[in-house]
Design a protein around this ligand. Structure first.
Ligand code: NAD
Length: 493
């Protein structure tokens, strides 16, 4: 009988359609970031478990999945999406238990998008056009070239903890739509929803071995063993730029393809002619949503001088009105950070900002939480001013509910300052002058730019980072570039 992944809140691997503890005998604790309580034990994969998962995925390529007509595969992916929605509350509870994020947030973003990622790529693959070229050169007159799209093989999927189900399915959806099989390594912080998805896959009729999950850490654990496994044909990764560097080195053996969605140090540019209410509302979300743990979130805010003081005062008021609380607290709009370890990192930046002479507009410490919540990974929403662009607070990704606000005086100046970073993931521009908005957007070095909005996502559009924020683009047909291969066939008639 199938082991239920969340029965005891212990989490197993999912290999070849079955839950298993594996043979490594190693486990680690999954603790709640809300109050430090033990959620359960997670079984850790070592080489043997990783190998079993990769072998299962390789075998499945040759099995029914590899021979399945596209229409049938698409129907199965629809059923996976429906299966997530049918067990919505279960996924919601598991995701919020692991991350501590407010249910009100995960209910509107994480879980629905987790399901939508299967539907959208099922639709994309149904409608993708094929290319053909008829030659008219003397030697090739009448020859016909056409390209066929084939799966890449076994895809290693390595996911982060900030939007666990959403970001993992953003990769698994297109990988399966293209006919690949996957071995997923969720973050050690958030193992549960990837495991739970195994049950949905089985219920939806996904053949054994197509979707596999191995639990564990990165170095010297499931992540590293997966990226080094020669049976993995390509690796898609979302996480820190530093980790991406290590994975790229591993992928070099065997010249395997990578798709990377990495870190950011994203600017928001607020021009004096913006609609200030909207700019405040959007910046509040881009700085504090998910406790600041969003790769697309804003950590550098540049405000045109005439409205600087008013902007700072209003963002401060907004930050101070945020309600921190447990995931089940429907009034709460901010949860804890993901872990005590991450709390130490973020508080380290809070201290460094003070030492560097920042003006702490609000926050800067640990909030006074009641009862057992004191054991959680809580930090105060924090705003600074007064630091220069070369300060570590302005250059390094903090990944917490905080931002630094700087004044600027001209369009050229702010673009240069916004671009003065090794990252290039996202930018938000706020102005009612459309010409200025387009002009600025074209000059900002970032993969995604929002004008008068933030986190507005059409899943058909290209998603990815410039500079050290990533390699490649995923989303809509762009995902096909990575998850499938075009083979050209030339026919001389
Ligand atoms: P992380 O890099 O620490 O970990 C991500 C995953 O990689 C985890 O599953 C981890 O176990 C694994 N890992 C770590 N070392 C590894 C190794 N040597 N080999 C193989 N796997 C390894 O990132 P995180 O802390 O989980 O997530 C936060 C980071 O992710 C931030 O930098 C954030 O900006 C980034 N992020 C980027 C995007 C994007 O779309 N660009 C989206 C979300 C998060």
């Amino acid at each position: 009988m199938l082991e239920t992944a969340t029965r005891t809140h212990d989490v197993l691997h999912f290999i070849n359609g079955e839950y298993t503890e594996g043979t490594s005998g190693a486990t680690f604790e999954n603790r709640s970031p809300v109050d430090g309580s033990l959620i359960g034990l997670v079984h850790e994969a070592k080489e043997a478990e990783v190998d079993a998962a990769v072998q299962a995925a390789r075998a499945a390529l040759k099995g029914p999945w590899g021979r399945m007509p596209l229409a049938e595969r698409v129907e199965i992916l629809y059923r996976v999406a429906d299966g997530i929605n049918a067990r919505f509350e279960e996924f919601l509870a598991a995701e919020c238990r692991d991350t501590g994020k407010p249910r009100s947030l995960a209910r509107h973003i994480d879980i629905p998008r987790g399901a939508a990622n299967f539907k959208i790529f099922a639709d994309v693959i149904k409608n993708v056009p094929a290319e053909s070229f008829r030659m008219d050169t003397p030697d090739g007159a009448g020859a016909l070239n056409y390209a066929i799209r084939v799966p890449k093989g076994v895809i290693g999927v390595i996911a982060p903890w900030n939007l666990p189900l959403l970001l993992m399915t953003w990769k698994v959806g297109p990988a399966l739509a293209c006919g690949n099989t996957v071995v997923v390594k969720p973050s050690e912080e958030t193992p549960t929803t990837a495991a739970l998805l195994g049950e949905v896959m089985n219920e939806a009729g996904v053949p054994r071995g197509v979707y596999n999950v191995i639990q564990g850490f990165g170095p010297d654990s499931a992540g590293e063993f997966l990226t080094r496994h020669p049976g993995v044909d390509a690796i898609t990764f979302t996480g820190e730029t530093r980790t991406g560097t290590a994975i790229m080195k591993a992928a070099a053996d065997g010249v395997r393809d990578v798709s990377f969605e990495l870190g950011g140090k994203n600017p928001a540019i607020i021009f004096a002619d913006c609609d200030l209410d909207k700019a405040i509302e959007g910046t509040m979300r881009s700085v504090f949503a998910n406790c600041g743990q969003v790769c697309l979130g804003t950590e550098r805010v540049y405000v045109e001088r005439p409205i600087f003081d008013e902007f700072v005062a209003r963002l401060k008021a907004g930050a101070e009105s945020l309600k921190l609380g447990r995931p089940e607290d429907e009034e709460a709009n901010m949860g804890p950070l993901i872990s005590k370890e991450h709390q130490r990192k973020v508080l380290g930046y809070y201290q460094k900002a003070r030492e560097l002479g920042a003006t702490v507009v609000t926050g800067g410490g640990v909030p006074d939480m009641p009862g057992e919540l004191r054991n959680g990974a809580w930090v105060e929403p924090t705003i600074w001013t007064g630091l220069g662009d070369d300060s570590p607070i302005m250059r390094e990704e903090i990944f917490g509910p905080c931002c630094h606000i700087s004044p600027f005086d001209s369009e050229d100046e702010v673009i240069e300052r916004a671009n003065d970073t090794e990252y290039g993931l996202a930018c938000a521009i706020w102005t009612e002058n459309l010409a200025k908005a387009h002009r600025t957007a074209a000059r900002v070095e970032s993969g995604l730019t929002w004008i008068n909005s933030w986190f507005l996502r059409d899943l058909r559009t290209p998603f990815g980072g410039s500079k050290q924020s990533g390699i490649g683009r995923e989303g809509g047909v762009h995902s096909l570039e990575f998850y499938s291969e075009l083979r050209n066939i030339c026919v001389k008639l």
